[in-house]
Design a protein around this ligand. Structure first.
Ligand code: GRG
Length: 304
């Protein structure tokens, strides 16, 4: 896995070490929860593991862990929440790459799921990863109050569904070749990318005070959008080998993006403003919010 390189200016455990530890942890949690490829149906289980393991920056899991540490409540339920969000994310990438959606052959530096296996398997992989996410988060032994656990399930379900990620994807598919206003583009990305990013942070903050939860919500709203603006910029500026997915895909698919709408310079300014908004939301919390700030920095400075 590629490491997240961000200089540590404040002493203590640097961000890279913090992130690598948690990336290794989420990899282990996912590995333990995904069915073995030796169990029938072997091909489906093999394809689920292929799509969900050993790849990706694990930004959503890191957000979940950082928010839990911010609220000083990191526990077994945080691992379950982080895994559930990463599984929903993995499912969305598998389906997004299929010929009926974005039709991409490369994901995380490897052939996308439907290329490595076939379309029917990829469809089932997405379905099964989504179900597994909810299975993990609904386990009865997570040491949570029932109401709290239902709230977590509700957060994840809403963020994934037609008024969240799936709805954003529907708007995205219907927007190809059409000019969108900045407000329309923002609504689409709040749903498609932002909703799950916000859910990741809110699940981590499930035991936080109302002030902490409000700050995390505001932070994640801004950083979720910043994530997408940077994604649009990288699609133009980065190369396929660095991204691990096809660069220049937005332009070749005639998709409206922040770069086509605002131009590269203003898209970068917009990302910087969203980063500032995210940091401002954490202002009252001093060093307790350090990891959230560092993650905001990573998300907006990343090169892949
Ligand atoms: C199919 C319901 C459904 C939804 C798909 C998330 C999504 C919606 C499509 C992915 C297309 C895309 C490239 C969106 C841009 C933002 C994004 C989610 C990028 C990929 O996330 P990263 O960079 O990926 O966190 P890794 O591989 O690091 O996990």
């Amino acid at each position: 896995m590629r490491s997240l390189k961000v200089a540590d200016a404040t002493g203590g455990q640097d961000f890279s070490t913090w992130a690598l530890t948690r990336q290794a942890r989420i990899e282990q949690v996912l590995d333990q929860n995904l069915p073995s490829a030796n169990i029938a149906p072997q091909q489906l289980h093999s394809a689920m593991r292929y799509s969900a393991l050993a790849g990706g920056k694990r930004v959503r899991a890191l957000l979940c862990y950082a928010a839990a540490e911010f609220c000083e409540t990191h526990n077994i339920a945080t691992d379950a929440a982080a895994a559930a969000v990463e599984l929903i994310h993995a499912y969305s990438l598998v389906h997004d790459d299929m010929p009926c959606m974005d039709d991409d052959n490369l994901r995380r530096g490897k052939p996308s799921c439907h290329k490595q296996y076939d379309d029917a398997t990829a469809l089932l992989v997405g379905d099964a990863l989504q179900s597994l996410a909810f299975e993990i988060l609904s386990q009865p032994d997570l040491c949570l109050q029932a109401g709290e656990q239902i709230s977590m399930l509700n957060i994840l379900a809403k963020a994934s569904g037609s008024t969240g990620m799936a709805g954003g994807q529907a708007i995205d598919l219907s927007a190809v070749g059409k000019p969108l206003t900045q407000t329309e583009l923002e609504t689409m990305h709040h749903l498609k990318t932002g909703a799950l990013i916000q859910a990741a942070a809110l699940l981590g903050a499930i035991n936080g005070s109302s002030e902490q939860v409000a700050a995390v919500r505001n932070y994640a709203l801004n950083i979720g959008l910043a994530f997408q603006v940077i994604d649009d910029i990288l699609d133009v500026e980065a190369v396929t080998s660095t991204l691990g997915k096809t660069a220049g895909k937005d332009a070749s698919s005639n998709k409206p993006t922040y770069v086509t709408l605002l131009g590269l310079k203003h898209a970068k300014q917009h990302a910087a403003q969203l980063y500032e908004n995210a940091i401002a939301a954490l202002a009252p919390f001093g060093d307790n919010a350090r990891r959230l700030r560092e993650l905001a920095n990573f998300i907006t400075q990343r090169s892949f």
